[in-house]
Structures are given as structure tokens and as C-alpha cells.
Design a protein around this ligand. Structure first.
Ligand SMILES: [Zn+2]
Length: 201
């Protein structure tokens, strides 16, 4: 796995081909300069936050580890709205880390199982906030470049947290995993690392 520090490198190239393919599927003509400007805007957003990232085989569109943005190759086969939405969803989590501290979501995983309903509420609030940010930012850029007619966000990517029963199941699994860790290992970095390993292709 290669970790990149500047999104205007490898991610820029990946965005260019992904956005071009997506627009070709929905339109006859693709304005290359426009695609380049859009890819530039997105990578500048990431670079301005100074977030290192990696692009890899991953069974999710992305993940915001405390110190690294992971983007799954699978994401770049999606349409432009989904790609933009997912990247900004993950960026929202970095704003959350910076605003509330790296441990802002830790208790969701470390609280006792009998607090699971509150923990699920908290996770849903975090994810809904990230979804709102992802939606706002992706719509802003699609409008900026006149791309409001290129399809919608893939529900598979946008509604992962819409089903409460699914989220309860997910949090229960994560709590069980954390219970199996040595107490001094139950840090957000280590928990994120374990979640990350579960999703690696
Ligand atoms: Zn999220």
C-alpha cells in the first residue's frame, strides 16, 4: 500500500479517469478542461486539510482513519455524484476529528453492550452529519460545473446507515471485537486499524 501526501497526484489522475468515464456514460461530449477543473477543486479540498491518503482494494467506498483517508478502488467505478459525495463524506469525518478530537467516536465502541441504543444514536448522528456535508459539497460542485443532469448518488453508497437494525448489528460486532482486545489496546487508532483490516480486500 502506498500512502500519498498530496491529493493532486495519484488521486487527481484517478478522479480524472473516473469522472471522464462517468460523464461519457451520461453525455455525448465531455469537456476535458472542465473535468480537470473539477478534479482540481476536489483534490485542493483534501490538500488544504493536509490529509494523507491511500487508494486500495477495500470493501467500502472509503474510511477516515484518524491520520489517513482510505479510498476504495470500488468507489471510482461509480458515477460522478457518488464519487464526489463519498469523498466529501469521508472529509467530513476529518473535520469532526479536528473539531471534537480524535476520540470523539471512541465510546461507541468501548461502552458496555447495554448502552448500545445510545451508541447507535451517536453513530447515526455522526454519519448523518457526514452525509449532509457530502451532499452539500457534491451538489455545490455539480452545480458549479453544470453537471446536475448526470445521475444521482448510488443508494448503496449513500444509505449504508439508513437501516437501524443493520447499524445495531454493526455496532454490536464492533463492541464484541473491542471486548476481545487487551484493555490498553482499546485506543481509537488501534480500533480503527482493526476495522480497516476487516474491510481490506
Ligand atoms: Zn462515515
Amino acid at each position: 500500500m502506498k500512502i500519498y501526501k498530496i491529493a493532486s497526484g495519484a488521486l487527481f489522475e484517478k478522479l480524472m479517469s473516473s469522472l471522464t468515464n462517468s460523464l461519457k456514460r451520461s453525455r455525448k461530449n465531455v469537456n476535458e478542461e472542465m473535468v480537470e477543473a473539477l478534479a482540481n477543486d476536489v483534490t485542493n479540498e483534501i490538500d488544504s486539510m493536509g490529509i494523507p491518503y491511500s487508494i486500495e482494494n477495500f470493501m467500502a467506498p472509503g474510511m477516515a482513519k484518524t491520520n489517513m483517508l482510505v479510498l476504495g478502488n470500488v468507489l471510482f467505478h461509480s458515477n460522478a455524484p457518488t464519487v464526489l459525495f463519498s469523498i466529501f463524506h469521508e472529509l467530513a469525518h476529518f473535520y469532526q476529528y479536528r473539531k471534537y478530537g480524535d476520540d470523539f467516536a471512541l465510546s461507541i465502541y468501548t461502552n458496555e453492550m447495554d448502552q448500545i441504543e445510545q451508541d447507535v444514536d451517536k453513530l447515526l448522528e455522526i454519519e448523518n452529519t457526514a452525509n449532509k456535508f457530502g451532499l452539500m459539497k457534491s451538489q455545490f460542485y455539480l452545480r458549479k460545473y453544470g453537471l446536475t443532469d448526470v445521475g444521482g448518488i448510488d443508494p448503496q453508497f449513500a444509505e449504508g446507515y439508513a437501516n437501524r437494525a443493520f447499524v445495531i448489528q454493526h455496532v454490536r460486532q464492533m463492541k464484541t471485537m473491542v471486548e476481545g482486545m487487551e484493555p490498553d489496546q482499546r485506543t481509537i487508532d488501534q480500533i480503527n486499524e482493526n476495522i480497516y483490516n476487516l474491510f481490506r480486500g
